[in-house]
Design a protein around this ligand. Structure first.
Ligand SMILES: Nc1ncnc2c1ncn2[C@@H]1O[C@H](COP(=O)(O)OP(=O)(O)O)[C@@H](O)[C@H]1O
Ligand SMILES: [Mg+2]
Length: 287
């Protein structure tokens, strides 16, 4: 694969992230991307697909998702229902079991006519067995369909990107097979670049003032739910819509809750914490 992944007009990829993507592609191993929610993991897969000129197959994992669903599901109920139908009105379908096999995302990725990116998003949502249950299939890039006796083999090994918000630890055997990258929270310059990608017209003065307030808030000792990139973007959108000037934004003062803080602080405990710290620093200032 000659094409290399790099930043795009819609996504800022720091050098370590670019290297991780290209290493995983070269090794033909799944890329496991961890990081706080909102740090661009899902978007990364979309951008990798776009920048390598590949299609994307997204498999969003929920707490109830089973590994088998990624391969295929056999709809026995539909088959039973059809078995009561007369010939010519659906009854003829019953004889062919493949009519009742629903192809999962791995199947789709394996049999796509060209190489695709397969995103397995938020793998840590599923139960603990889930990653292990997919090991063999992702390793060998093939699986067996017992109902029809066929083997589904990858025509082109998909580029597999797996994301995790770190809600659960992943099994060692699974980790061993992945190339791992942790998306660190962006520094101020990188975050500014990310904001500019989304809001190219933002005034530098407003951006600087907003990011200063944002980072102060993120670094508040004891904060429960740190706001991340997606929150900054929501907040900036509101600030821009409100035509906020840097002066008005700062006018709230260092010890006051930032304007439209509902986009940044998502628990009443964190708001209370902010107010307590502000109160303490005001009374220190007075003494
Ligand atoms: N490096 C980045 N460059 C551009 N936009 C980013 C970047 N990181 C995050 N974003 C934006 O932040 C938002 C959240 O990203 P998302 O991929 O949904 O996060 P995650 O999947 O890690 O929770 C999206 O709107 C995304 O476009
Ligand atoms: Mg995501």
């Amino acid at each position: 694969m000659e094409v290399k992944f790099s930043s795009t007009s819609g996504y800022i990829a720091p050098p370590d992230l670019q290297m991780a993507v290209n290493a995983a592609v070269t090794l033909q191993r799944p890329l496991l991307v961890k990081g706080e929610p909102g740090t661009g993991k899902t978007e990364l897969a979309r951008q990798v697909a776009a920048s390598l000129g590949m299609g994307l197959i997204e498999w969003g994992i929920k707490s109830t998702t089973k590994a088998q669903q990624g391969l295929y599901e056999y709809d026995a109920v539909a088959r039973l229902r059809d078995s009561h139908l007369p010939m010519g009105l659906g009854g003829e379908r019953v004889g062919d079991v493949s009519n009742y096999i629903r192809r999962g995302k791995l199947w789709q990725a394996f049999t796509a006519p060209v190489r695709v990116v397969l995103l397995i998003d938020e793998i840590d949502k599923a139960d603990i067995e889930f990653p292990n249950d997919l090991l063999a299939e992702l390793d060998r890039m093939e699986f067996h369909v017992y109902e029809t006796g066929e083997t589904i083999r990858a025509l082109h090994r998909p580029v597999v990107i797996i994301t995790s918000n770190n809600e659960k630890d992943l099994p060692d055997a699974f980790l061993r097979r992945c190339f791992f990258h942790y998306i660190r929270f962006p520094d101020e310059a990188t975050l500014a670049a990310i904001v500019r990608v989304h809001f190219p017209d933002v005034k530098e003065a407003l951006l600087t003032a907003a990011l200063a307030q944002f980072f102060a808030l993120r670094e508040m000792p004891g904060i429960k739910k740190k706001p991340s990139t997606s929150e900054v973007l929501d907040w900036l959108k509101l600030l821009l819509a409100a035509d906020m000037t840097p002066e008005t934004l700062r006018g709230h003062g260092k010890n006051a809750l930032p304007a439209l803080h509902g986009a940044l602080l998502k628990t009443e405990a964190d708001i209370a914490l902010f107010e307590k710290l502000a109160f303490l620093s005001r009374s220190e200032g007075r003494s």
